[in-house]
Design a protein around this ligand. Structure first.
Ligand SMILES: *Cc1c(COP(=O)(O)O)cnc(C)c1O
Ligand code: SF4
Length: 344
């Protein structure tokens, strides 16, 4: 988040009166105070001198407090730390690792919307996230960080009105839950009046990295909508599914919202049968279902995270032996130009 966006949030903080100061202002404050200095994080984890962060202006360091609390003190290989800490390897240019690996910009009929698969459209509702994951394809995207005005969404809604084959809208980003409940509420209402829409899907990492984002207000506006809500969260390691995060996922499930997880297969983070079994087990234990295990998108600066497809298939075979059938995710890759994710 840039300075303007941060001060806008702080400004909003100040205008919230004590009577209305609920958990909405809590998550906004935690987001505004998220750690932006890798040295501070390393000092907290007792890792100064043991790990040297890489300075990059390209895709800034960003991680909220709740996620930091789940990292192990003194462990330079902590799987949560590895997902967020910039390292020297990001600077290595590897052939085949590109700026727009999934070529989403080619299927965008109007700014803010990607229509790649027949029945569902994806809306880029926000350019920002609560965490910057080093392996993310978003790192080179030409997103503007500032939230768009509600009026600027009208052309997108009009486009959906014109496409009766679309029955599901996916709110994605960036992260749609960086928008506040009021803005989200208005969007959901605008979508609910489009008669051929039946479901609204929210792709968000906030229930994982900033669990207090799952507010009563959010549950209420989703619960009241005509559209069936579905959550797709993003956790990569079992250590993420503890305490406040496990509680937030349970809250969604208890509100009657299906919760699915997509993970990315990441070298040094979750590239073992044990790590995947642990992740999937913790998910199903809170009622969230493993959905996809994604092969890494080949984005520039993320080559050091890549796991071979051969190794990925081995891990999947291990999962099928050790997990209940419903707890096994589908191993997929997003191939540019293909209809849907391709199963590996
Ligand atoms: C992944 C993706 C979707 C959703 O695909 P599912 O297989 O239904 O999860 C939709 N639109 C775009 C552009 C996507 O990349
Ligand atoms: S939360 Fe998702 S979109 Fe945001 S940086 Fe992480 S992987 Fe990328």
């Amino acid at each position: 988040m840039n300075k303007t966006a941060r001060s806008a949030i702080l400004q909003e903080q100040r205008t919230i009166s004590p009577e209305t100061a609920d958990s909405e202002s809590n998550w906004q404050l935690e987001l505004a105070n998220a750690c932006r200095d890798p040295d501070k994080l390393l000092a907290r984890l007792g890792l100064i001198g043991k790990v040297s962060p890489f300075r990059t202006a390209d895709f800034p360091f960003l991680v909220p407090e709740s996620f930091i609390r789940r990292m192990k003190i003194g462990d330079p290989n902590d799987p949560l730390l590895k997902q967020v800490l910039p390292v020297e390897d990001e600077n290595v240019d590897v052939p085949g690792f590109l700026s727009d690996p999934v070529a989403d910009l080619n299927s965008s009929p109007v700014s803010g919307m990607v229509h790649k698969y027949v029945n569902r459209v994806l809306l880029i509702t926000s350019g920002s996230c609560a965490v910057n994951c080093r392996y993310c394809f978003r790192r080179h995207f030409p997103y503007s960080e500032a939230p768009r005005s509600l009026e600027s969404w009208e052309p997108v809604f009009e486009e959906i009105w014109k496409r009766p084959e679309v029955d599901e809208v996916i709110l994605s980003g960036g992260d749609p839950l960086t928008l506040n409940d009021r803005r989200l509420g208005v969007m959901i209402e605008k979508l609910a009046v489009i008669p051929h829409l039946q479901r609204i899907r929210i792709h968000s990492r906030l229930p994982i990295v900033l669990p207090i984002r799952v507010t009563e207000g959010l549950l209420k506006s989703l619960g009241q909508s005509r559209l069936q809500p579905i959550f797709v969260v993003h956790a990569n390691h079992g250590n993420e599914i503890v305490e406040d995060c496990a509680e937030a996922l349970r809250k969604l499930v208890q509100a009657g919202i299906p919760v699915l997880n997509q993970a990315v297969l990441l070298r040094g983070v979750n590239d073992s049968v044990e790590a995947q079994v642990d992740l999937c087990t913790r998910l199903v234990n809170v009622g969230a279902m493993p959905y996809y295990l994604n092969q890494l998108d080949r984005v520039r600066g993320a080559a050091h995270f890549e796991v071979s497809v051969e190794r990925g298939r081995e891990i999947m075979a291990g999962l099928r032996k050790k997990l209940s059938g419903y707890a096994v995710p589908r191993y997929v890759v997003d191939v540019p130009g293909c209809e849907g994710k391709t199963e590996l």
